[in-house]
Design a protein. Structure first.
Length: 269
């Protein structure tokens, strides 16, 4: 079946996606949206994309499926190496006295980011078992959160990971995948949260480190600024905001200063 997404249908989805997720789709994304939505239209036995739009309108709980259909979840373990080198010094220096850390991986995708955080902390803090560490991992997409929670990865996903870490933190499953250790899983809580429409008041305590990497690329400038503002509100003094290398914070915010490429520190106490 040749299902062409008409300009009117594209405009309908474009507006809905912007409204619900703050994701600004350019005209260039039309083919991608069409490819992603076509399977959904067909699986529901609908005649066209307009019918799918009506279906989503009448079943708002299915909006999350729309998010799954249009977002990209590319991620990897130990992504953005220079940030880990920075954290290796910053964390022991800043938190060794209190031994308390609250970290948020705010667009965690299939889990490689929060599991890297957990693994990394176990490696750099010889007495990690005596620290009070909690990692919150959130994403918009339910599908991807399920994968993250399961924590099973293909050999390909672990490419480049030192053997020592593989042996220590992964075990082989009967179907040839690599399962994350219980020890790392226990350090993380997974939840769904939409960075654009979510209620930031739900977070009663600030974080020492917020990872918001490779997700702002989806947002237009006003949305990026709103998200950054909400995140900075939630960072403790001397705490960090980490963004992706291809992202930037364009609006000056006197509460944070750049301390390394793609790393911002909150001023204060
Ligand atoms: C490219 S992945 C980045 C994963 C990881 N942070 C990294 O840097 O490797 C982007 C993730 O952002 C999520 N995402 C997109 N829009 C979002 C939103 N409004 N709120 C929360 N997560 C969102 C997607 O579901 C996807 O898993």
């Amino acid at each position: 079946m040749n299902l062409e997404l008409s300009p009117k249908e594209f405009a309908l989805f474009k507006n809905l996606i912007y409204q619900e997720f703050g994701i600004a789709l350019s005209e260039r994304k039309k083919t991608l949206v069409q490819t992603r939505l076509r399977k959904w239209v067909q699986s529901l036995g609908l005649p066209n994309y307009e019918a799918l739009y009506k279906h989503v309108e009448q079943n708002p709980h299915e909006l999350v499926l729309l998010a799954d259909a249009i977002t990209t979840n590319v991620t990897s373990f130990f992504r953005e190496e220079s940030q880990w080198l920075f954290l290796e010094k910053h964390i022991p220096k800043t938190y060794s006295k209190t031994k308390r850390l609250r970290i948020w991986s705010s667009a965690c995708s299939s889990g490689q980011e929060p599991y890297t955080i957990a693994m990394f902390l176990q490696e750099i803090l010889p007495d990690a078992h005596t620290w009070d560490i909690k990692i919150l991992a959130t994403d918009l997409s339910y599908d991807i959160l399920k994968k993250a929670q399961q924590g099973h990865y293909r050999a390909k996903d672990l490419e480049g990971m030192p053997k020592k870490l593989m042996n220590k933190y992964f075990s082989k499953t009967p179907d040839g995948l690599y399962a994350i250790s219980k020890q790392l899983k226990e350090m993380i809580v997974f939840r769904s949260f939409n960075l654009v429409t979510g209620n930031y008041k739900l977070f009663s305590r600030p974080f020492d480190c917020i990872f918001c990497r490779n997700v702002m690329i989806y947002f237009d400038k006003p949305t990026q600024e709103k998200v950054i503002d909400n995140l900075v509100n939630l960072i403790s003094p001397k705490g960090l905001l980490l963004i992706g290398h291809s992202e930037s914070i364009t609006r000056h915010d006197a509460r944070i200063s750049s301390v390394s490429p793609s790393i911002y520190e909150k001023r204060g106490a």
